[in-house]
Design a protein around this ligand. Sequence first.
Ligand code: HSE
Length: 439
Amino acid sequence: MSSNVPSPRLVRIGLAGLGNVGMGVFKNLRQNGGLLKERTGCVLRVDRIAVRDVTKPRGAEIPANMITGDWRELVADPNLDVMVELVGGTTEAFDLVCASLRAKKPVVTGNKALLAERGQELFALAEQCHVPIYFEAAVAGGIPIIQTVQEGFVGNHIKSIHGIINGTCNYILSRMKEAGISYEQALDEAQAHGFAEADPTLDVSGWDAAHKAIILASLSYGFWIKPQDVHVEGIERVTPTEMAFAEKLGYTIKLLSVIRADAEGRVEVSTRPSLLPSSHILASVSGAYNAVLVNGDIVGETLFYGKGAGQDPTSSSVISDLAEAAATLVYGQRHSGFVPHGLYGKSKPAAETISHYYVRLKVDDKPGVLAQVAALLGDRGIGISSVMQPEELGSEFTSLILMLDDATLATVKEAIGSIAALECVRETPVWMRVETMEG
Ligand code: HSE
């Protein structure tokens, strides 16, 4: 008796990179292979794996004959249908993706640095080769935010995106706030828990989150944002003192990525430690979690929350891409992965971006000091919305905390430079953006 159920199509995967996420992909494809077969009509099977060090023990579940030291063998193998790039970096990974596209193999990648820095070239090649690139795992780990922006909100102009999209930094800042510990102590803890890399530079410098913001902004606005147009600051200089003052003022410090278009369609992209109203839902996102708040002109505000890193959450996104790649191979073509359009097209210079600001000064405790500081701000048209001066009895110095009204980054920077040069100012001023979350 013949069955109407078509037999599942076998989709053979070449996996380049067997680190934490690569292992997760291998393991979870096996674990949930039956479910995937039911849902996609395809058997998704890793047939070959390329690693840097072939001598490293990989565990009994990875047959030795699957492994090679050269990803080029995978790209050249006519029996493989799809390539997964998890080697990291922007040079070898770039070569691998280009070679795969030229070999007509769709690529799944989680490499945010690669796409943020070289996405424009890669998607041009993908378009030329008529071969798609999938990259759900590149932003916010297990949260399906790429699909959301590309498909779920295809009918919306994106008004803004606010994201906490680096788990390591969010863990560090959360611990500093909860336990009152220093940045260094919190970083040690993050490393001990396996959240932070041995070299955490990309995370704590803000660049990992900025790469993700570049990808989200480019998808949302249809043109490639250049990394040099993004204002990026890391969390290295955030101190428990700032945490405590922010808290007193009703704010929480987060590494916040902000993406929004102004009335002229210029797109602002930044990642920096920012003061968020503690009552806002994003302020309660703590630990290694990520959250992305997307505001579309039709849908309004939407919030996505989940694990932004780690073996299982990230492999969940890679597997979703593999399922999509398989469906496309079996049922037909889709776009290359990036759809350019002409509605926007210009980055807003960081210097022209407008925010409220928090400023903390260490100053002489004597009459006239506040007036001097206020005059330098007033001369530049910067309003002060509140001032706090905690009583520090017996000291000749005092802290002066100012909340500034809306001003451009360039004006505030210049004003702070002049304030820093005042004789009564005793330390380099600390200043941070305040994100009011309005618009
Ligand atoms: N290291 C990143 C984080 C995950 O801590 O969120 C990979 O981008």
